[in-house]
Design a protein around this ligand. Structure first.
Ligand SMILES: C[S@@+](CC[C@H](N)C(=O)[O-])C[C@H]1O[C@@H](n2cnc3c(N)ncnc32)[C@H](O)[C@@H]1O
Length: 278
């Protein structure tokens, strides 16, 4: 069978915006089916074997069911590296790449770093890779996430110490100390569910996404309190946040005694990061 990029776009057009259908069609033609970018833009035919055609139809069916392309392919990119992902972990987001870029400019290369809610391990493994002198520990409550994060750190050949911890209940050991804590915790309120795309809502793990409407700062408060115990003096805390709660998180952290608390915007001009010093 011969297919073209416009065939793929047509198959997806009732499910995605024209831009999304175009992006998916380019990815399928160039990255999965191996068409050159020039041939793609010229709209040239791609000849598929019977088996390749079956695989393409299965891929299109999954996309029409709103399964994220990263789960279908089993991988996602994060700051230029490939991370294994599956439906048990959040797909790394560009905002989180920005957070890591900020950290790489600010933290010492020999820091003891703790990543809370590591998911795919994208933050922890990237920091360990970029800062070979750092000691990186990563927590998650999810066994499935920890298994994927461990596979990612193995693939990148970086030593990250993964531990299964529920940050909401964990009591740290008396000698446990870090120079830096980073967290992109669950921060979407139940009320925000109605505005979410189906590819997120139907496929990404609720455990990674949601907090109760009645307590949207639950993770930020708990991690900030924990930071007072386990951060060294002058230690730093880096949060990715829900843009709606920036001022609330800043206030809460100032009240707890954190210094130099700053709210920073992401590339889309949304309040997205809170950074503070103990
Ligand atoms: C928003 S995801 C972030 C994943 C990854 N750090 C990233 O930025 O792509 C939040 C993570 O927190 C984990 N998590 C949820 N509740 C937790 C808890 N009580 N203790 C520790 N981790 C938790 C989830 O399993 C999930 O992996």
């Amino acid at each position: 069978m011969n297919i073209t990029a416009s065939y793929i776009r047509r198959e997806l057009q009732d499910y995605y915006t024209p831009q999304e259908a175009g992006n998916l069609s380019r990815l399928i033609c160039c990255e999965i089916l191996g068409q050159s970018v020039v041939d793609y833009y010229l709209g040239k035919d791609i000849t598929l074997s019977a088996k390749a055609e079956q695989e393409l139809q299965s891929l299109l069916r999954r996309l029409r069911n709103f399964e994220p392309i990263q789960y279908i392919l089993g991988e996602a990119r994060f700051l230029g590296r490939t991370f294994q992902v599956a439906s048990g972990v959040l797909i790394p987001r560009p905002e989180t790449e920005e957070l890591v870029e900020i950290m790489l400019k600010e933290i010492s290369s020999t820091s003891r770093v703790l990543d809370i809610g590591t998911g795919s391990g994208c933050i922890a493994a990237t920091l360990a890779k970029e800062l070979p002198g750092a000691q990186v520990t990563a927590w998650d409550v999810s066994e499935e996430a920890l298994a994927i994060a461990a596979a990612n750190s193995l693939a990148l050949q970086v030593p990250v110490c993964f531990e299964q911890r529920d940050v909401l209940t964990y009591i740290p050991g008396v000698t446990e100390r870090y120079d830096v804590i980073v967290s992109n915790p669950p921060y979407v309120t139940e009320a925000e569910k109605q505005d979410m795309e189906r590819n997120v809502l139907d496929w990404e793990p609720s455990l990674a996404l949601f907090v109760p409407d009645a307590d949207p700062l639950r993770f930020y408060r708990r991690i900030s309190v924990l930071g007072l115990e386990i951060l060294e003096p002058d230690g730093k805390l880096y949060f990715e946040i829900n843009r709606t709660f920036g001022e609330d998180i800043v206030l809460m952290m100032r009240e707890l005694g954190y210094r130099f608390v700053r709210l920073q915007k992401d590339i889309s001009h949304n309040d997205r990061f809170v950074i503070a010093q103990k």
